[in-house]
Ligand binder design. Structure first.
Ligand code: ASP
Length: 346
């Protein structure tokens, strides 16, 4: 789903266009190719410096505060953002015990909660179940900023079935890192393409990057097909898109295989989830039919769509499986983004 017109009227996201400082991050559409290259260059530099124990990074966000506001569960996004801020020398605040123990529990709306958090932090990482919630947050933070005399920014950590922009940045960074390019690739996304926000953002980001000669293959149960607005976005930019329910039509020519979880929490009826949860299961046998230099990605967490725990072990040992690398890259990409929106000298 796209954010409703009402949200977009509240806040129209500006392009970064080389100027990240003080800008909210709510959609991948804000990033130009040059912006992505700059974020990836910075992330790779930070990765190097962290590996070498470079302590000067601790000056980057010293004295700055990041808040995490998560209305939905998270391990990687939440913790990698927190770790990123710590590694840049900044501080992190969140409500003790998560939003369940904040005034959200008393019925406070997002507009009021985000303004409270904006009073205390320079940057707020928000995950919320409503599509477009980060646009709403951006609007209220801008209003608040006028009173505060400084501009707290929001970074979306995922808005329901909408987008997950920072995940897409780390995903594309990982593709370029592992394949050495974003061009001349067949990129196959598999699973719950309807509700999975990561595949929405990643598809759009690759198109924004202007990757050449990329074919998109979307493999899913019929009821969980990629939303048409994403397919239209790709077509409008000249990309070939194939949609199918048969993985084997595309598996052996895929360079990037992006597997996803069926988003159980988005199903109104448990029986609808049960009916399709095992339609696409990645196992060592399935991976055995992929190209020897393909990469297997997954935003994680994984469940039955990656087989049994024994399958996990075999898949994890396959050099094509890059999802742990992807997960590790998350922190460096988020460090890069934080440093940029905070205007840190690095
Ligand atoms: N962690 C990813 C997300 O928050 C993917 C998932 O939950 O399946 O969207």
């Amino acid at each position: 789903m796209r954010p409703s017109e009402a949200y977009v009227r509240l806040f129209e996201p500006p392009k970064m266009a080389g100027h990240f400082t003080g800008k909210h991050v709510v959609t991948v559409e804000q990033f130009t190719r040059e912006d992505m290259i700059e974020v990836f260059r910075t992330a790779a530099d930070f990765r190097d410096r962290v590996r070498h124990g470079d302590r000067t990074l601790l000056n980057a966000a010293a004295g700055r505060v990041m808040a995490t506001l998560f209305y939905e569960a998270s391990t990687r996004t939440d913790m990698s953002f927190q770790a990123a801020m710590h590694r840049l020398g900044g501080a992190v605040v969140s409500t003790s015990g998560g939003v369940r123990f904040s005034s959200v529990y008393k019925g406070e709306n997002l507009a009021d909660t985000i303004r409270a958090v904006g009073c205390y932090a320079d940057v707020v990482v928000l995950r919320h179940p409503d599509v477009g919630s980060s646009y709403e947050a951006a609007y209220y933070l801008d209003q608040l900023g006028e009173q505060l005399g400084r501009s707290p920014v929001v970074i979306s950590g995922g808005d329901g079935v909408g987008e997950h922009p920072t995940q897409a940045l780390l995903d594309l960074f990982t593709i370029v890192d592992c394949k050495g390019r974003a061009d001349r690739l067949t990129i196959t996304m598999v699973g719950d393409l309807l509700n999975g926000r990561t595949v929405h953002s990643l598809s759009k980001l690759i198109a924004q990057y202007g990757a050449q000669e990329v074919d998109f293959c979307f493999v899913s149960p019929f009821s969980l097909r990629m939303p048409s607005y994403i397919v239209d976005f790709l077509h409008e930019r000249g990309y070939r898109v194939m949609q199918t329910g048969d993985l084997y039509e595309v598996l052996n020519r895929s360079d990037v295989i992006y597997w996803t979880r069926v988003q159980q929490e988005r199903f109104a009826k448990p029986e609808d989830y049960e009916a399709i949860r095992d339609d696409f299961v990645m196992t060592p046998e399935v991976l055995g039919q992929a190209k020897s230099d393909a990469i297997l990605m997954h935003p994680l967490p994984r469940k039955n769509e990656m087989g049994t725990p024994r399958d996990h072990d075999i898949l994890d040992a396959d050099s094509r499986a890059v999802y742990f690398k992807q997960m590790a890259n998350g922190m460096f990409v988020r460090m890069a983004l934080l440093a940029k929106v905070l205007g840190a000298a690095v």
